[in-house]
Design a protein around this ligand. Structure first.
Ligand SMILES: Cc1ncc(COP(=O)(O)O)c(C=O)c1O
Length: 448
């Protein structure tokens, strides 16, 4: 492994990393994956508790998906998607619309989450230009939002850690304060939430609605913000006000979609249909980069005209509609159906919750444990009473991450939030191992 690590560090710049860290903590070179485990060149196994950045659904090297990919690779690897089409793309669209919120009917393809966000923003902007609402040029997004790394997606993102330095390049976004249930200033006992925090969004929309093209939001779960979870009431109110002021609602289901929150899409909790729904990550069960922007007819119709009116959406990516990705996505949806994944996850989610709650009782640094479906998060704080967070420079999460890796679990915390988002094939025994290691690592770090 050492040799490969040296060769890696000669040329490779790893994502979301300070490469200097790799001097003392070189990259773990993975030889193979099986189920919830990744295995390195020395044969050491790591339980992938974060589904390799929230993409993996049915385990690494899943036989059904491997076979679907192999079958497709032997037929067609890629073809231009302008004026051409293929069965995997057609089948994928039919299948995904069966499980999407009612009222969504047209689909544009991208090749990763950020590109789906760019597409939705551009479509919303152009839509309003073409229906005679040319003043609607601005976007609304929440504090702590995360929508990707390309300049448009970064502009709507609210995590300063990622976008502060790029401010001069980004477009101006209206940014109301988002929900913060753990430190909720409205309901200290947190028993009677009516999404009072929506007042910030309401105020922003009432004040600027004539200029607003769309609100983009991560439904119910702000992952990169630290697995922040909030009430469906917020989404219901948002849908209502967007309807009232002719504002598009873009649901970024890139991380929350495909069963992570306990339903196929998080929007289902609020029984709303967004105007655009962006999906990626779990779409291909962690196999290939692919994304979709699923939208209502009214958007598509506003672009449908003679070519010379210049109403076309002249956006493309070379790998748009890649058949390998589509075939894998079709098989992913087949697995959801054949194996009744959403219902099976209910029991697994309960087991994760029980397993964590039993073990964290005596840790004085646990601010809260929150869970939504197959996502569980422990927020560590300096002081339980005041909820004072640790200084990010202490890198508490990073130290715990390193301890847990030694013990065979890949956690990759978000700051001081240690979270679990495992592949759905995880067994009860593996859940116990994952939570044991996480809690032991926390205790070891705090010398408890
Ligand atoms: C909610 C959300 N939107 C967009 C993205 C960007 O997706 P990608 O990393 O595929 O560009 C992410 C990635 O984590 C995400 O969590």
């Amino acid at each position: 492994m050492k040799q490969l690590q040296e060769r890696d560090l000669k040329h490779i710049w790893h994502p979301c990393s300070q490469m200097k860290d790799y001097e003392t903590f070189p990259p773990i070179v993975i030889k193979k994956g099986e189920g919830v485990f990744l295995e390195d060149m020395n044969g050491k196994k790591y339980l992938d508790a974060v589904s390799s950045w929230w993409v993996n659904m049915f385990g690494h090297s899943n036989q059904r998906i491997n076979d679907a990919l192999y079958r497709q690779a032997n037929k067609l690897e890629h073809a231009i998607f302008a004026n051409f089409s293929h069965e995997p793309a057609i089948e994928l669209c039919e299948k995904i619309l069966e499980v999407s919120p009612k009222g969504l009917s047209k689909i544009f393809f991208g090749d990763n989450g950020s590109s789906a966000v760019e597409i939705a923003l551009k479509l919303s902007f152009q839509y309003h230009q073409q229906i005679g609402k040319s003043k609607k040029t601005r976007f609304v997004a929440l504090t702590d939002a995360y929508h990707g790394e390309t300049i448009g997606a970064l502009s709507v993102s609210g995590c300063e850690l990622y976008n502060k330095i790029f401010k001069p390049l980004m477009f101006d976004v209206i940014r109301p304060t988002g929900p913060d249930c753990f430190r909720c200033p409205y309901n200290k006992d947190r028993k009677h939430c009516d999404a009072e925090c929506f007042e910030h969004m309401e105020k922003a929309i009432i004040s600027d609605h004539e200029e607003i093209s769309a609100v983009i939001i991560e439904p119910l779960l702000q992952c990169a913000a630290g697995m922040k979870m909030y009430s469906p009431i917020y989404l219901k109110k948002l849908r209502e006000i967007c309807d009232k002021y002719d504002i598009n609602l873009i649901a970024d289901e890139i991380a929350a979609g495909f069963g992570r929150t306990g339903k196929m899409f998080a929007c289902e909790y609020a029984e709303i249909t967004p105007d655009f729904m962006c999906v990626s990550k779990g779409l291909t069960a962690g196999y290939l980069p692919l994304s979709l922007v699923i939208m209502k007819d009214k958007i598509y119709d506003a672009f449908y005209d003679d070519y010379t009116t210049l109403k076309s959406f002249l956006h493309s990516h070379s790998y748009t509609g890649n058949p390998l990705g589509c075939a894998v996505a079709v098989e992913t949806l087949n697995i959801f159906k054949d194996e009744d994944i959403i219902n099976k996850n209910i029991e697994k989610a309960r087991y994760i919750e029980k397993s964590v709650l039993e073990k964290i009782k005596d840790i004085p640094y646990v601010g809260e444990y929150r869970q939504l479906g197959m996502v569980g998060a422990i927020e560590l704080v300096k002081d339980q009473e005041s909820k004072e967070p640790f200084d990010w420079k202490d890198r508490v999460g990073y130290q715990i991450y390193k301890i847990a890796l030694e013990k065979g679990v890949l956690l990759r915390p978000l700051g001081n939030i240690i979270y679990f988002m495992p592949p759905y094939v995880i067994t009860k025994k593996e859940i116990d191992f994952m939570t044991d290691v996480a809690i032991d690592s926390i205790k070891e770090y705090f010398k408890l």
